[in-house]
Design a protein around this ligand. Sequence first.
Ligand SMILES: Nc1nc2c(ncn2[C@@H]2O[C@H](COP(=O)(O)OP(=O)(O)OP(=O)(O)O)[C@@H](O)[C@H]2O)c(=O)[nH]1
Ligand SMILES: [Mg+2]
Length: 266
Amino acid sequence: MSRQERGTGVGEAVAGQPGVGRVLVVIPTYNEADNVADVVARVRRAAPAVDVLVADDNSPDGTGALAEAMAGTDAQVHVLHRPGKEGLGAAYLAGFGWARQRGYDAVVEMDADGSHAPEDLPALLAAARDADVVIGSRWVGGARVVNWPWRRLVLSRCGNLYARMALGMPVSDATGGFRVYRLSALRAMRLESVCSQGYSFQVELSRLAHRAGVRIVEVPITFVERERGASKMSPLIVAEALWRITTWGLRDRRPGRLRRGHDRWP
Ligand SMILES: Nc1nc2c(ncn2[C@@H]2O[C@H](COP(=O)(O)OP(=O)(O)OP(=O)(O)O)[C@@H](O)[C@H]2O)c(=O)[nH]1
Ligand SMILES: [Mg+2]
């Protein structure tokens, strides 16, 4: 284990999640000092069998140190300290690699800001018994979106409509970031081709899952607007998603062409 990775005894006394195996919840953080302790504690209460990895990009507000303190008192909490802000996609790829190196069977993606309720996690894990990828969806029957300004609602609905049409994916919430992936599915998805920096990462992984032919199911979630801390969403991130979806849509019309990017899947 490198000096940058803290925490002991990965899942030592834990049998794992029935029907899924050993599960690691990866929580990427950048300046989430107001949220990180709460979200980790809620995950541990909601799904005691899973382990947690906080993937922090050297947050100036001390998020990494707070996560470290939790890892010091809970053997199922771990911290991956990364040298600087590289975007959500890079943090997740590093977290997935961490899970793969330690023999986990599945990983969960979850935001630190409370938008993804840890209390929904058992339903996602239950669905993972019969699926390779489970998407916590805001846009299927039974889902709720709480306190989101209308601009964000419109952006999400339009973004998803565009992604579905451009990429021909039968996924209602391709931009959502509350998901379960079996490691076997991640291997089939050939993550070495991933090139997204920001939130288009979620669309890119939806596309790779669809193209790999793995079993994808969507489960309704309650999505709550963050109450503390600042959003990292920016016009640049939206522009990246638009540009990439358009490029993938055009490329996918030519069969058999999945361009390889730089290898960030350790
Ligand atoms: N490690 C790491 N985490 C990041 C980075 N950018 C965002 N995050 C984390 O990714 C998660 C989602 O980011 P948010 O800022 O909540 O973005 P969002 O949920 O798409 O947008 P909002 O709905 O406006 O909050 C949070 O846990 C962030 O702290 C980054 O560059 N590195
Ligand atoms: Mg958020």
